[in-house]
Design a protein around this ligand. Structure first.
Ligand code: 5AD
Length: 484
């Protein structure tokens, strides 16, 4: 029997609903029985402050520092701990536990097999750490072995059991969001259902908060390849409102690098003000905000030197945008999951650039301010229209705005995405919309998009829009920003 999905609402869950669903979630795998929220909150309260993400991010913001976090996760716990130690040694300020794909999909029996086979083979046959199979005590062993905050990095429409285990296991942050993960990674999972699954996770974090423990979430749209920053920002703002409504009080909001230095920096500068504006408007004035940037999520060059070029440019964009932390890539990105050494080099290259820039105080750049004004106007137009459609409810706004193509994410695999908006890089490599679809970009800014794109096309033979798009999407992996 398929369960009917109620009309989405951002309203805070009642305690009995949370407890009822919680029993089902924890029963999905035997390790669920090992979660005791009161005991786990007490464990967190005893934790060294330097391992709490919210605390470490606040310090970074106060000192104007940019932190670096790699991704990383292997099947065997000893090897995972060793990997984290090495990443820390390379300069990582925040440490990851990237969860394997079976766990992301709730296929814990397959993860169990993969774990056994990995042990037999002596190397990881899983693309991450199967946290649910290991359970709470093992996760705490990781936290005890390191001296930095641990992030739970799992990405799917429903991560509830992984969150239960990993937060009880001492992680203090997770990468998150029903809208960003549905539009970024899922095809058939209904958005309203993803919102419910995430509301559960957010409510759980709220329950920790009520017990004196602040847990953090990170919201950014993982497909950032030429998705206008304003569209990403609209998704992130709605996800953040949905999270805050359930009691989450520490949120990082941000972007995936697009490799246009000025636009990336402008987006990172626009996010905190816009995030603050909407959270305050909904009464969530006590939510603390940081910014985050993932280094380029599109195709990477196979050449390791070129890959370092992308990584170092990300560090520069992050610096110019005053980002709180960035998630690093490695020179192996084009090939797949990196070796520990390659992963370490991604961290140390990023940190090197950030250290060298740290004392070079730039005067505010007019170009960044101009791009920031454009992004802010676009984002406000999208979010205002979405909230209108959603009758002031962020969850309903998300569902209706996506249906209407007001939020339209190019390249999204999700069935409900309209796919009418078409991006292209302009003559200077900035991302514009060549076709707006239902995205309510204000008229004066539309003209700007068209004029800047026109400058790129001027004097060149006409090309089909899809041809141009394909060339733009592949350009960076081929060693340049603009293909022609
Ligand atoms: N270890 C390191 N990086 C990982 N990624 C995914 N799984 C792992 C892992 N286990 C990285 C990919 C890509 C990003 C989305 O996550 O290489 O850069």
């Amino acid at each position: 029997m398929t369960q009917a999905i109620a009309t989405p609402t951002m309203a805070r869950w009642e305690e009995d609903r949370f407890q009822r669903v919680r029993r089902e979630v924890l029963a999905r795998w035997p390790t669920g029985a090992g979660v005791d929220l009161d005991e786990a909150a007490a464990w967190h309260r005893e934790m060294a402050p330097g391992k709490n993400t919210a605390r470490v991010l606040r310090e970074a913001r106060e000192h104007g520092r940019t932190l670096v976090q790699p991704r990383g996760g292997v099947a065997d716990i000893e090897q995972h701990i060793e990997l984290l130690r090495r990443l820390r040694h390379a300069g990582a300020d925040l440490l990851p536990t990237t969860v394997d794909s079976y766990t992301r999909e709730g296929r814990y029996d397959d993860a169990e097999r993969g774990l056994a086979q990995s042990r037999e083979a002596g190397r990881s046959l899983l693309n991450g750490f199967p946290a649910v199979n290991y359970g709470v005590a093992a996760c705490r062993r990781i936290v005890e072995a390191i001296d930095a905050p641990l992030f739970c990095r799992t990405a799917s429409p429903d991560c509830r059991l992984t969150h239960e285990i990993m937060y009880a296991g001492g992680s203090t942050s997770c990468t998150a969001g029903p809208i960003v993960f549905s539009l970024g990674y899922a095809k058939d999972y209904p958005l309203a259902k993803a919102i419910e699954a995430w509301q559960y996770s957010y409510r759980m974090m709220g329950a920790y908060r009520e017990r004196g423990v602040t847990l953090s979430v990170e919201h950014y749209l993982p497909i950032s390849t030429m998705v206008p920053h304003s569209t990403s920002m609209a998704c992130v703002i709605l996800d953040s409102l949905i999270a805050a409504a359930q009691g989450v009080r520490d949120i990082s909001i941000g972007i995936g690098q697009q490799c246009h230095l000025v636009q990336d920096a402008a987006a990172l500068r626009a996010y905190p003000a816009l995030g603050r504006h909407y959270l305050d408007a909904f009464g969530f004035t006590d939510v603390e905000l940081s910014t985050v940037m993932s280094q380029w999520m599109g195709g990477f060059p196979a050449d390791e030197g070129q890959a370092f070029g992308v990584i170092c440019m990300a560090a520069m964009a992050g610096y110019l945008g005053g980002v709180t932390y960035m998630i690093s890539k490695s020179p192996h990105e084009a090939a797949g999951v990196p070796t520990p050494e390659a992963n370490m080099h991604g961290v140390s290259a990023s940190k090197m650039v950030l250290r060298m820039l740290a004392d070079q105080k730039f005067a505010p750049m007019a170009e960044i301010a101009a791009e920031q004004a454009i992004l802010e106007a676009e984002t406000r137009a999208i979010v205002e229209r979405a909230l209108e459609l959603g009758e002031g409810d962020a969850a309903l706004a998300a569902v209706r705005a996506i249906e209407a193509g007001v939020i339209d994410v190019p390249f999204s695999p999700h069935r409900s995405n309209a796919n009418q908006a078409l991006p292209a890089r302009d003559w200077r490599g900035a991302v514009r919309l060549a076709r707006f679809g239902g995205v309510p970009i204000p008229p004066d800014i539309r003209e700007h998009h068209q004029a800047e794109l026109g400058k790129r096309m001027a004097g060149k033979p006409a090309r089909a829009p899809w041809e141009l798009l394909l060339a733009d999407v592949n350009a960076i992996s081929e060693g340049m920003l603009l293909p022609d």
